[in-house]
Design a protein around this ligand. Sequence first.
Ligand SMILES: NC(=O)c1ccc[n+]([C@@H]2O[C@H](COP(=O)([O-])OP(=O)(O)OC[C@H]3O[C@@H](n4cnc5c(N)ncnc54)[C@H](O)[C@@H]3O)[C@@H](O)[C@H]2O)c1
Length: 245
Amino acid sequence: MAARLHGRRILVTGAASGMGRAIAEMFGAEGAALALLDLNDDGVQAVASELGAVGYACDVSDRLAVNAVVAKSGAALGGIDGVVNAAGILNIKPFGELEPENWDRMLAINLTGPFNIVYAALPMLRAAEKATIVNIASTSALMPMAGTTGYSASKAGLAMFTKCLGFDLGPNIRANSICPGVIKTEMTRYLWENTEHTERAVDRVALKRLGLPQDVAKAALFFSTEDSGFTTGTELPVDGGFSWA
Ligand SMILES: NC(=O)c1ccc[n+]([C@@H]2O[C@H](COP(=O)([O-])OP(=O)(O)OC[C@H]3O[C@@H](n4cnc5c(N)ncnc54)[C@H](O)[C@@H]3O)[C@@H](O)[C@H]2O)c1
């Protein structure tokens, strides 16, 4: 079977770890030319050299840095047909203990970060014949959970940002978000390293396991190909049934 992303030039944020890394690996195997961004310089360079991609250290909340790095990515790849925004942070604290700086940082990275990336890449996405935007939101965008006021607000904002992009940027640019449940990455190490926490989390999931970064990468691949050619402005839970169970 032909590589499903042959000829596509895709920028992935958060590519040094977890889902962003799994997405970069799967997209590379499917023939995409890749530009990888992450705050973690060593990490992103290691993944980039493994995949024959270009890699840049960049804080997605820093608009000027994003503008420069997206321009460099476009120059290196000869354009950009797709972006995947996977960079994100999680800070769980009951409201009242969450500091204003925690709120600001989550909103700046999880919500304004994708805005910065899409805004900077827009001329290139518009120049592409067909372009795709995939934003990694969360089941926290769909349902309230204790201790997640800031995180959930950032992810719900991201999901609605994505829906509105679908309207504003169609018909040539499609935008969709993915809402992962608990996925085994560095972000959730505190949970899956604790047997009791893991059992409780798995018990709430219809499919009785935690998700893997590759589960999310498959959904990102779907949204980045014509397999999802009549789908835009939607959010897909990849959560084993967590958000409705
Ligand atoms: N792991 C989960 O259970 C889960 C569930 C739902 C949603 N998510 C979301 O999925 C996405 C990927 O998370 P993950 O689980 O792979 O986590 P991870 O911690 O393994 O990876 C996140 C990556 O983002 C990078 N990053 C953080 N801040 C950044 C910044 N300011 N600029 C650029 N890069 C930055 C980190 O360096 C890291 O490489 C995040 O947006 C997260 O909120 C995770």
